[in-house]
Design a protein around this ligand. Sequence first.
Ligand SMILES: *Cc1c(COP(=O)(O)O)cnc(C)c1O
Length: 484
Amino acid sequence: MEQPLPPPSDMSPAEFRKHGHAVIDWIADYLEKPDKWPVLPDVRPGEIRGALPQSPPLRGEPMEAILADFQTLIVPATTHWNHPGFMAYFANSATGAGILGEALTAALNVNAMLWRTSPAATELEQLTLDWLRQMLGLPSEFFGAIADTASSNTLYALAAAREMHPELRIREQGMAARDDLPPVLIFCSEEAHSSVDKAVMTLGFGLSALRKIPTDDGLRMDAKALAAAIERARRAGAIPLAVVATVGTTSTTAIDPVPAIADICAREKVWLHVDASYGGTAAILPEMRHVLDGCDRADSLVVNPHKWLFTPMDCSVLYTRRPDLLKRAFQHIPDYLVVSGSADVVNLMDYGIALGRRFRALKLWFVIRQFGVEGLASLIREHIRIADRLAEWIDADAEFERLTDGQFSTVVFRHHPAELAGNALNEHNARLLEKVNATGEVYLSHTRVRGNYALRLAIGNIHTTEVHVRRAFDLIKEAGGVHS
Ligand SMILES: *Cc1c(COP(=O)(O)O)cnc(C)c1O
């Protein structure tokens, strides 16, 4: 047996400076040429894990060796979201200002549970979210808080909605095995994000409490069908608790008719939560402000700066006009967290399930300051312009068709050779997508529009230009055997 070593100290400032500079140089090179690697790595499941030691090192290793493995083993096996050819799901961006903000967040290592444990983190979060609120044209009563993801925030909103009915005593008694509790229902459209289903499962409503409202020919929630469903629920003795409307659905970026839905919710005293995770940021553009029409009347709204606001993962914002109810859902203070003499401060631990909170506002504040509101608006405007160009190319080509008419930066379409229909057409497009993604130049995803397989191209990365999108369309044509 070797003698155990004395406890190590952290790396010296000189070492930190040396490796830190190397890391910054690597990041700068990466951001300069994000397309140096294929956007989708050519790896099989288990390959990365298998290439690494299966047990941890007993003795510390030099940073040089660790960073070398990062470069040779990790980077090539990464799906490169910062690649200009990344056009799948909702493409996003880690920008320079955001990356530097993240680094400083790690250095300060603040746990923003209480105001006292993080005065600057708490107040900067409130201030930055008030800036973003102004940028989106939302009302000044909206209180904002940052969480990891929209999925968490939608869950928090539905938990707050339950506290609109204190007589149900859900905070104290839960929902399980209660004869005295009528069915408590949540409504969303058939096109709503799966995070609504997950929130309903997790909060104990159960999936059977989720009513999926049909959509119109633009895949928008049918407000008349919503009103009828709420009325049916009341007649059956159920409590309609909340409606989740979507601004920019994940599949086709449809916008539910929020003004009509807000009328129904006001009349019926039902909580209105708006999921604007992707689409909401477009409201920064004066000419797109209308996408949030009616959202000033929402009880809560979620928008993700980590999606289309050039802020690194993760950063999702929940706004609510009822922070009191959000607190009633989540505030629970053990003795060791009681702070004397600070009753009127915001303690972020009161607004969600996590006690500890990262200082996520720093990177968002950096991004907003470094680009400015006009800079951010023109980036988003350019993405929408490129998406419109792609729509024009598709519309001008007899062999292609768009399956929906989006307003944002996402185009949903398919290759439709005259001789193909039904399942053969679906399979043709699925094969086409695989071929295109195998090039490593671009990465697109797919969706289903009323059962029809569709290609989905989402522009959201700061490096993506019209040239990249044109290249993607040409690759798609090639893969489809089009020679026009
Ligand atoms: C992406 C998306 C979500 C989920 O976002 P996360 O932050 O990953 O949880 C929810 N709703 C919509 C409409 C989305 O597009």
